[in-house]
Design a protein around this ligand. Structure first.
Ligand SMILES: Cc1cc2nc3c(=O)[nH]c(=O)nc-3n(C[C@H](O)[C@H](O)[C@H](O)COP(=O)(O)OP(=O)(O)OC[C@H]3O[C@@H](n4cnc5c(N)ncnc54)[C@H](O)[C@@H]3O)c2cc1C
Length: 404
């Protein structure tokens, strides 16, 4: 089984390392001088949103990355396979850590597998500029009264001539404050079950679109907010795929986020492990390094076991998904895929949560210091277990796959 460490991945990693040093480091220095925080610990503006200067530094890193051909290796005709992407993602998360460099690999504000189903006009207007990092996107599915239960959303779109008219309210949306284009799911055929939803591309500056308040979360990044749609007119060409494809497309987007966990948790997990080993060697208690205490050495071993097993399982699963007809983003999805997608998410999210907890414990009070990598990644790790499907929902899908 080929697990993705190809020559083009090695080249990508070398080029990304050089990009971090040559292009990102100067931007980080400018940001430090501006004293507005960092992408993961930004100062917030008066509305609770990420400070605009931090957002702009991220955007500049993205534009430079796109110009260097590094921003979106997961889409396009030469897209990397998922095992290849895991190696890319692990490298980026390990080496960018919590710095500006993480923005240089497209995250949820970039192009994604779902938006790739847009038609020719929408591709030119939205998708290609997203791939060039000229604009950013948000995915708006969750609502105040419906998260896990995607088919219970109430945002509606009705036809008027060839156009659609959109009304509703979305919440918990990453990049609600800054996005240029919104991938919105809405009910277009009530009662039609998994065919009841349609995905639309909506201009965030269109009449009737209002950006709501920031929803402060434990991530403290000032990026999560609400969006209101009040009679927003959408031309037929801005339907993604076909009317009725919305549920499948929403799952495509969500599954993309699940798959990313493999490289993210391996990258951040090995960073935390290296920092914990360092700390255990240098911090002393009773005149001896705490690494000599078996209780600490065992915590290091447990972190190693979690990182290694999650990385290995994820690579195998990504390869298994690629081998299914149509791969991980097929519509319709192969019946064997949902279990595999959920295995990746739950193995990584729960493993990384244990890793972040133990890393913090080894660091003692220093690990609790606001803004330290251990403190921040502990909060990130706790967060991961909810968005893109909770731990419980992953178990539902795994069990359904086993029992089908
Ligand atoms: C920081 C952050 C960023 C986010 N970004 C986005 C975004 O960009 N776009 C977007 O659309 N959404 C986004 N979300 C929303 C996120 O996807 C939802 O929070 C998530 O899907 C869970 O939904 P919920 O919060 O409504 O929880 P609920 O659905 O209310 O679940 C509550 C509890 O009930 C359990 N539960 C519910 N149903 C079942 C079931 N059938 N079986 C077993 N257990 C069940 C859940 O596991 C959970 O423990 C974001 C959320 C956060 C916190």
């Amino acid at each position: 089984m080929h697990l993705g460490m190809s020559e083009r991945v090695e080249r990508y990693r070398e080029r990304f390392a050089a990009f971090l040093a040559d292009e990102v480091a100067p931007l980080e220095e400018d940001l430090a001088r501006a004293d507005v925080g960092t992408p993961f610990n930004p100062r917030l503006d008066e509305a609770g949103r990420m400070h605009p200067a931090v957002w702009e530094a991220r955007r500049e890193a993205q534009r430079r990355s796109a110009a260097a051909g590094l921003y979106a290796p997961h889409v396009g005709p030469d897209a990397f396979t998922r095992p290849e992407m895991q190696h890319v993602e692990e490298f980026v998360y390990r080496h960018a850590g919590l710095g500006l460099g993480l923005a240089a690999l497209a995250w949820t504000e970039g192009p994604n597998a779902a938006i790739e189903h847009a038609g020719a006009e929408a591709r030119e207007r939205w998708v290609e500029p997203l791939e060039r990092a000229e604009i950013t996107a948000a995915f708006a599915n969750t609502e105040p009264s419906a998260g896990t239960d995607v088919l219970a959303i109430t945002t509606r779109a009705r036809r008027e001539g060839t156009d659609w008219i959109l009304d509703g309210h979305k919440a918990w949306i990453t990049n609600a404050h800054f996005c240029d284009v919104i991938q919105v799911t809405a009910v277009t055929e009530p009662g039609a079950g998994t065919r009841s939803l349609t995905m639309f591309l909506v201009d965030a500056t269109a009449p009737g679109v209002t950006r709501g308040r920031d929803i402060p979360t434990m991530l403290d990044d000032g990026l999560t907010g609400e969006l209101h749609f009040d009679g927003v007119r959408i031309p037929a060409e801005h339907v993604v795929g076909e009317p009725g494809d919305g549920f499948a497309l929403a799952m495509t987007w969500i599954n993309w986020r699940r798959l990313i966990r493999g490289g993210m948790c391996a990258g951040w997990g090995s960073w935390l492990l290296e920092r914990a080993v360092d700390r255990a060697r240098t911090r002393t208690s009773g005149g001896r390094p705490i690494a000599e205490l078996q209780v600490i050495a065992h915590m290091l071993a447990d972190i190693d076991a979690d990182v290694y097993s999650a990385r290995a399982a994820s690579l195998q699963i990504q390869a298994d998904l690629e081998a299914l007809p149509g791969g991980p983003y097929a519509i319709p999805l192969d019946p064997a895929a949902p279990r595999l997608l959920s295995l990746i998410k739950v193995i990584n999210d729960e493993g990384f949560f244990r890793v972040a907890d133990r890393a913090m414990q080894i660091h003692g009070g220093t690990g609790l210091r606001r803004g330290s990598p251990e403190e921040k990644l502990f909060r990130v790790a706790r967060n991961l277990r909810i968005p893109a499907g909770t731990d419980e929902i992953q178990r539902n899908a795994i069990a359904r796959g086993l029992l089908r």
